[in-house]
Every structure is written in structure tokens, then in C-alpha cells.
Design a protein around this ligand. Sequence first.
Ligand SMILES: CC(C)(COP(=O)(O)OP(=O)(O)OC[C@H]1O[C@@H](n2cnc3c(N)ncnc32)[C@H](O)[C@@H]1OP(=O)(O)O)[C@@H](O)C(=O)NCCC(=O)NCCS
Length: 140
Amino acid sequence: MIRYIDSLEGVSVPMLAGFFVGWPKPPVAETHLKILRQSDYFLLAVDDESSKVVGFINAISDRIMSAYIPLLEVLPEYKNQGIGSELARRMIDHYRELYMIDLTCNKETQPFYERLGMQKMTMMMIRNFDRQACASGENE
Ligand SMILES: CC(C)(COP(=O)(O)OP(=O)(O)OC[C@H]1O[C@@H](n2cnc3c(N)ncnc32)[C@H](O)[C@@H]1OP(=O)(O)O)[C@@H](O)C(=O)NCCC(=O)NCCS
């Protein structure tokens, strides 16, 4: 069974293995844990049988007007079981009192988010690709 939690209690670094699929320079699991810890809110999908984290979503927010969702990922072998939708639905519900809930995605993923009630919008961005793995130990 998949369990949805918003706490890191009992979550260890090895449980977070396997994410950032396809990223040229992925953050290591320790960094992933720090990202979750320093997020305003996050949710994890945990497989009760393996005790592995199989999906996650995180957000940063001012808790007054806006929230931004940087990351949502479900492990490849757990895709298409509704886990990504459930994580996103719970995140959107968490911030339902805010004016803005934003994220960026590619064209292929737009229908996924449209089904969750989101609208298309153009965005601008900077990506410092040499920082993709993030710097460990900063902001500690
Ligand atoms: C996007 C993602 C989180 C969806 O998770 P999931 O658990 O497979 O999603 P669900 O099972 O709830 O929903 C799957 C549905 O969304 C569609 N979908 C999901 N990702 C899609 C994509 N990249 N392109 C097209 N359709 C996609 C599936 O086709 C499926 O549609 P169906 O129900 O009509 O068959 C997952 O595919 C993933 O981790 N992708 C890699 C990381 C990523 O792209 N994250 C989003 C960044 S904005």
C-alpha cells in the first residue's frame, strides 16, 4: 500500500534513492533530504512493503500570497498508478487559501496538470546548470 506523509520522521537517506531520473548532474540523496527539510511543505509517497519513498513533491512559499512547486517525481516503476496526481492534489489542497500556486513543466506534462485544475502560462527562467547537483552543506 502507498502511504502519503508530510514528515521526515523515520525517513533515512537510503529510502530516498533513485530520484532525479535523467538529470545530468542529479543532487545526491543527502541533498534531496536537505531540500525537503528546507521546503515550506512537502509530501512523500511511501511504499509500505519496501519502506521506500516512491514519490515526492515539495514547495517553497511566503505562506501569504504564493507558493511555488519546484519538484514532483514518481519513481519509474511506480508511475501511472495515480501517485503523482495524489501528491499534486494534496499539495494544491495544502495551499488552497493562497492566491498563486505555480510550477513549471514541459508541454508534454501540461495535460497532467490541467486535469488537476491548473492553467497554462508562459514562464521565464534561469538555470545555472553547473549548480544542478546543488552545493552540499550550504544554508545549514
Ligand atoms: C509527471 C509524474 C510525476 C506523474 O506521476 P504519475 O504517478 O505517473 O502520475 P499519475 O499516475 O497520477 O497520472 C498519470 C497520467 O498522467 C500522464 N502523464 C504523466 N506524465 C506525463 C508526461 N510527462 N507526459 C505525458 N503524460 C504524462 C500519464 O500518461 C497518465 O495519463 P492517463 O491517466 O491518461 O494514462 C511522473 O511521470 C514523473 O515523475 N515524471 C518525471 C518527472 C517529471 O516530469 N515531473 C514533473 C515536473 S513538472
